[in-house]
Design a binder for this molecule. Structure first.
Ligand SMILES: NC(=O)c1ccc[n+]([C@@H]2O[C@H](COP(=O)([O-])OP(=O)(O)OC[C@H]3O[C@@H](n4cnc5c(N)ncnc54)[C@H](OP(=O)(O)O)[C@@H]3O)[C@@H](O)[C@H]2O)c1
Length: 224
């Protein structure tokens, strides 16, 4: 039975990952940063661990508690979307630093802490939840802090894909679509079930040929 670890699973896309992979018979581990939200993960069929991705000690505790486990697929999913009203001339630099900490540096921290678990698994995959908004090729402006945080995450993923290929690890980034979650809002284009069903298909079909690619939830490739 393969194991998937979803970091940032308390709600939205992460929680749906837990539901769909545990329903498919995978050992599924989901992290929350507040144990009060762990009940949802358990109900969805996942094992619950604590992790605040911005706290090095918390990430180290997660890695220690999973020290003996193989993780076939690590999904770095936790993220925030602040700075939607960004305007040139009024950049909130403290908020910008916070989004870079959470969306860009924290996924690297998590991947670094858990790479050995992935390396000792069968499937050996690291999946970064990015966004089409981080595609420099497709940007149409607005929300610059979020776009930059995901573009830089894409760069981290691309660099890791080269670093880790020699260890047989496949590293990809994904765009879940514009999804009806707390982040995406009720007016978003797609249901979380459809988003994650698509992402699950991408993950199940992963081969080393996918290494270093950026996938839409429907399996099509996106430009950097
Ligand atoms: N929804 C969309 O349309 C959309 C589109 C493109 C990309 N994405 C990306 O998809 C991912 C999930 O988004 P979502 O729509 O499911 O958002 P969401 O409903 O707002 O959920 C965000 C998740 O990230 C967790 N998180 C945030 N900061 C964290 C931290 N410091 N440590 C640990 N966990 C933290 C949250 O935990 P708490 O419950 O503790 O806050 C929650 O589980 C994000 O990376 C987002 O950027 C979403």
């Amino acid at each position: 039975m393969p194991t998937i670890l979803i970091v940032g699973a308390s709600r939205g896309i992460g929680l749906e990952y837990v539901r769909q992979f545990s329903a498919a018979g995978w050992r599924t581990i989901g992290t929350v940063r507040d144990m009060a939200k762990g009940a949802e993960v358990s109900k969805a069929g996942g094992e619950v661990h604590l992790c605040d991705v911005n706290d090095s000690a918390s990430v180290a505790r997660l890695a220690k508690s999973l020290a003996k486990d193989a993780v076939d697929v690590l999904v770095c999913n936790a993220g925030i979307y602040t700075g939607r009203d960004w305007k040139l001339g009024a950049t909130d630099f403290a908020a910008f630093e916070e989004i870079l900490r959470t969306n860009t540096l924290a996924p690297l921290r998590v991947a670094e802490a858990l790479v050995e678990n992935v390396a000792r698994s069968q499937r050996k995959a690291i999946v970064f939840t990015s966004s089409r908004m981080g595609s420099n090729a497709q940007t149409n402006g607005g929300s610059m802090p979020y776009r930059v945080s995901k573009a830089a995450l894409n760069s981290i993923a691309k660099n890791l894909s080269v670093e880790l290929a020699v260890r047989g690890i496949t590293t990809i980034t994904t765009h879940p679509g514009w999804v009806r979650t707390d982040m995406g809002g009720s007016g978003a284009a797609i249901d979380v079930k459809d988003s994650v069903a698509g992402l699950k298909g991408v993950i199940e079909k992963l081969t080393p040929a996918a290494n270093g690619k950026f996938f839409n939830y429907d399996g099509s490739e996106l430009p950097w």
